[in-house]
Ligand binder design. Structure first.
Ligand SMILES: [Zn+2]
Length: 212
């Protein structure tokens, strides 16, 4: 029988540990994560500059963060969308400051294989909309091209995209080699936009080398 004292059992999004919910749990902002995972995910926004591009980031790409992203993107564990930007949504929104968001794209093949766009879903979990102004080519022909040619031609700007203003925030989930993020940033700059980037996680080789 329903009672006003009955409680729905909540679980941590990341590890599925049952959470201690109490009468005032609705007052706690991050009650969808256990304490351990709140400690990992709630963190200040940090910044580095690579090749004249400012990159904001939340995490280093540790094995734990890598496995979280793998589960979310490749195992289609979509509730994990709330683990990426949502725990730090206040600092993210403050930094974005109403600039339009463009996302680093995946190839059409990859998107079809996954059945969703992880980055778009993670942003949408925070109430943020993004513009898919860039395309990534990934056909068989593309694979046959030399590495150099592939790197310079892989991304293109969709000229039909309408981006209000000239200051853009470019967002990706992870920056490992930096190739995708920096290529997309430079591409947008070549169309006259001023670009600053934000990633959920960045490889520690960048943070060690470019520590500011
Ligand atoms: Zn947990």
């Amino acid at each position: 029988m329903y009672s006003k004292y009955s409680k729905r059992q909540h679980h941590c999004l990341w590890c599925l540990t049952p959470l201690d919910t109490h009468d005032f749990s609705f007052l706690i902002r991050h009650d969808y994560l256990c304490e351990e995972h709140q400690k990992i995910l709630i963190t200040p926004i940090k910044s580095i500059v690579i090749k004249d591009i400012k990159i904001m980031y939340y995490h280093e790409y540790t094995p734990k963060i890598a496995s979280l992203l793998f589960r979310y993107k490749e195992h289609k564990d979509t509730p994990l969308a709330g683990c990426l930007f949502l725990p730090n949504i206040k600092s993210l929104k403050r930094w974005i400051h109403q600039r339009p968001i463009v996302i680093v794209p995946s190839t059409l093949d990859k998107t079809q294989q996954r059945g969703f766009i992880p980055l778009k879903t993670a942003l949408s979990a925070c109430g943020l909309e993004c513009i898919e102004a860039l395309k990534k080519d990934g056909s068989q022909d593309q694979k046959k091209k030399s590495k150099h040619l592939r790197q310079t031609t892989q991304f293109r700007f969709n000229c039909e995209s309408v981006i209000p203003g000239s200051n853009i925030v470019l967002i990706d989930d992870v920056c490992t080699t930096g190739h995708s993020l920096l290529t997309c940033a430079k591409l947008l700059e070549s169309y006259g936009y001023h670009v600053e980037c934000c990633v959920f996680a960045i490889h520690s080789s960048w943070t060690n080398e470019y520590l500011v």
